[in-house]
Write a protein that binds this ligand. Structure first.
Ligand SMILES: Nc1ncnc2c1ncn2[C@@H]1O[C@H](COP(=O)(O)OP(=O)(O)OP(=O)(O)O)[C@@H](O)[C@H]1O
Length: 244
């Protein structure tokens, strides 16, 4: 469970996040949807304790990020916007390295690595050095690395960015599997169709504020639009983010 209350963050004169509140529940996929520059990445960075909010609070499984950031980090698996792999290491070694950082013993590391390599269908690249990996291969490795310590809460910043149709479908299946396992899954996207296809709940963010939140049906009802695409256009006041 991730709870965010009244988050604010400014960079000089740019108010990137200006009062964002929402909750992402266990066993659900929550989508943070908004056009480019809406404040999604900045919100997520505050959630996973990379940035300190100017104001507001973040709680993960009831733990306040401001008072116990380490406990919050242990409960989170994060796919950040910068995927940054160690290019001299193989995919498996990248994952194992994170397992060691998380304090996992050798046997658990082996079991978790094998399970993630199978679940993400990356057996063919597991022993290859990650230098030269395609975008999809990099994302898979970064996700496996993020999940190696079996976190209950998973945050993914634009997980399908740069992926082809097949890889996007595989990613969706994987996120649904995480939901089936009862985890709390929160991801950001600027593509409405992406969010509509996957999410139990949608938090629409524009200009650093939450402008609507609820299920796809709620958003349609709130705007009086039968079509979610029209609802989204009405909510954010433009057709940005409707890339197919
Ligand atoms: N480190 C930074 N320094 C200065 N400005 C920043 C910084 N990070 C974000 N911003 C600004 O804050 C605003 C929100 O950016 P953010 O990256 O959070 O948006 P986003 O919704 O993730 O957008 P996108 O979909 O394009 O990734 C933008 O105007 C951006 O230029």
């Amino acid at each position: 469970m991730i709870e965010v209350d009244d988050l604010h963050k400014a960079f000089g004169k740019v108010q990137a996040v200006a009062g964002v509140s929402f909750a992402a529940r266990d066993g659900e996929i929550t989508g943070l949807l908004g056009p480019n520059g809406a404040g999604k990445t900045t919100t997520l960075r505050m959630l996973y304790t990379l940035m300190t909010p100017d104001r507001g609070s973040v709680r993960v499984d009831g733990i306040d990020a401001a008072t116990d950031a380490n406990a919050v980090r242990r409960r989170l698996g994060v796919l950040p916007d910068a995927r940054g792999l160690y290019k001299r290491l193989s995919a498996r070694e990248n994952i194992e390295y994170f397992a060691r950082l998380q304090g996992l013993d050798a046997a658990t590391t082996r079991t978790r690595c094998d399970a993630l390599i199978a679940a993400l269908e990356m057996a063919d690249i597991a022993e290859r050095r990650s230098e030269g990996f395609s975008q999809g291969q990099r994302v898979k490795t970064a996700i496996a690395r993020a999940l190696v310590h079996d976190p209950r809460n998973i945050i993914l910043d634009e997980p399908t960015n740069g992926l082809d149709v097949m890889a996007t479908r595989a990613m969706r299946r994987f996120l649904l599997q995480l939901r089936e396992e009862g985890r709390c899954v929160l991801f950001s996207s600027h593509i409405m169709q992406e969010v509509a296809a996957l999410c139990d709940r949608i938090v629409v963010i524009a200009k650093g504020r939450v402008v609507a939140a609820g299920t796809a049906d709620d958003l349609r009802a709130q705007t009086g639009e039968a079509n979610l695409e029209e609802a989204f256009v009405r909510i954010i006041g433009s057709d940005e983010g409707l890339a197919a």
